[in-house]
Design a protein around this ligand. Structure first.
Ligand SMILES: Cc1cc2nc3c(=O)[nH]c(=O)nc-3n(C[C@H](O)[C@H](O)[C@H](O)COP(=O)(O)OP(=O)(O)OC[C@H]3O[C@@H](n4cnc5c(N)ncnc54)[C@H](O)[C@@H]3O)c2cc1C
Length: 376
């Protein structure tokens, strides 16, 4: 078969989920001619099955650089949401009223208090505000709290958004700014030289001096072709959604949030089951039980939807960002908090990629921290 003619760009992004779309949009915003290639509906897509938190409070225990990156992203989120609203007329539903993590027993409360204190110590000079709140005060903040709740941690940094609208708005902003989106385009092979990359997908050949691997779980296979490593694995999470309820929850909780439309999202399990997307009644029951113990009135609501999706998880749970040492210009971006980190990916990481240098603040996120070798 004849080689297709080469379509040249300034950047190729592989993967049209939240991570790839945020970076592609960010590159476009920097004025780079960018093509975004996405495998399509048969791929695993965490971006279409997540919980929608813009969550800061528990990120980075023992890894304060991750807390700083997450905080930076939460700080960029209002700018991202405003920019997307202006360019696409899409309200991505951002609310950042702070958030709470509920504790249903004294040992849970004590462990949480210790964790929060450690996070604050590790934050060093960066302020890390939090409060441990006992049930009587919490009852005034969260109507209908259950008798089993003994307290909670609160930070002012947390929030939530509508992740599907975010994905849609990123894609729309990207294409309206001249970005080229190619769906049903699985990348299976590529050629790499420093600042010179070519990939084949959907019968077409794309070339650019920059290449970003943002293919979620697909990165594990792609990375070695470009002198990178992305040792990510799937981790299943199951989510339940109730019918709409009167507005009642003024802020998101780690496992319960009320959407702008009124539904309650209840989540989300953490299961090491490989690429298994089944939903399992015992896990759904455990999720529902905890929600009803937290807020007994939830028991009166019908569940209208439920699903499972696979997180993109590194061995230590932190993101992986890298530029290939062998093929400079090739980057990889992997994380299990693609909603939370959308602000950083679009407005901080993309400009670094456009300039060709990752900021030293990202040094701790290289895959070199694992026992992996980037293949040639
Ligand atoms: C149950 C659950 C709850 C979650 N809750 C939250 C939350 O509250 N807050 C938060 O911040 N994050 C949350 N997350 C995580 C968040 O959803 C992910 O971090 C994010 O979606 C990852 O985005 P991604 O673009 O890396 O991956 P994906 O969404 O998986 O997208 C990868 C894309 O790459 C494409 N692709 C794969 N291989 C190739 C290839 N070879 N060629 C071309 N394209 C390819 C696929 O088609 C896919 O569209 C949750 C995840 C789950 C599963």
């Amino acid at each position: 078969m004849a080689t297709p003619r080469t379509e040249s760009f300034e950047a190729i992004v592989i993967g049209g989920g939240l991570v790839g779309a945020a970076i592609a949009w960010g590159l476009c915003r920097q004025g780079l001619a960018t093509v975004l290639l996405d495998e399509g509906d048969i791929a695993y897509r965490a971006s279409r099955g997540n919980f929608g938190l813009v969550w800061v409070q528990s990120k980075g225990l023992g890894a304060p650089w991750y807390q700083r990156w997450t905080r930076a992203s939460a700080g960029e989120w209002p700018r991202l949401a405003a920019d997307l609203a202006e360019r696409t007329a899409t309200d991505v539903g951002l609310q950042q009223p702070g958030g709470v993590h509920l504790c249903l027993s004294e040992p849970e409360f004590e462990a949480r208090a210790e964790r929060m204190a450690q996070m604050q110590r590790e934050a060093g000079n960066t302020p890390y505000e939090y409060r441990m709140i006992r049930a009587p005060e919490l009852r005034d903040m969260l109507p209908g709290l259950g008798a089993d709740v003994v307290g909670a941690s609160f930070t002012p940094y947390d929030g939530h958004a509508n992740p599907l609208r975010l994905l849609h708005a990123l894609h729309r902003a990207f294409t309206e700014a001249g970005g080229v989106y190619v769906p049903e385009a699985k990348v299976e092979e590529g050629a790499a030289a420093p600042h010179d990359f070519a990939v084949l997908a959907a019968g077409r050949r794309f070339a650019a001096p920059r290449l970003v691997l943002a293919a979620g779980l697909g990165n594990a296979e792609l990375a070695p072709c470009f002198g990178l490593a992305a040792p990510v694995r799937p981790q299943r999470g199951q989510v339940l959604v109730t019918e709409r309820a009167a507005e009642i929850l003024p802020m998101p909780i780690t496992t319960i949030r009320q959407t702008q439309e009124g539904s309650l999202m209840i989540g989300d399990s953490i299961e090491e089951v490989g690429f298994d997307l089944r939903q399992t009644p015992p896990v759904m029951q455990a999720i529902a039980d905890r929600a009803v113990r937290s807020f007994p009135w939830i028991g009166d609501l019908s569940i209208v939807r439920a699903w499972s999706a696979l997180r993109v998880m590194a061995p230590d749970g932190l993101p992986i960002y890298d530029q290939s040492a062998r093929f400079p210009g090739a980057y990889t971006a992997n994380c299990h908090s693609g909603v939370t980190l959308a602000g950083a990916h679009a407005l901080l990481l993309a400009p670094m990629i456009a300039q060709g240098v990752l900021d030293p603040m990202l040094d701790p996120f290289t895959a070199g921290r694992f026992d992996v070798r980037a293949a040639s």
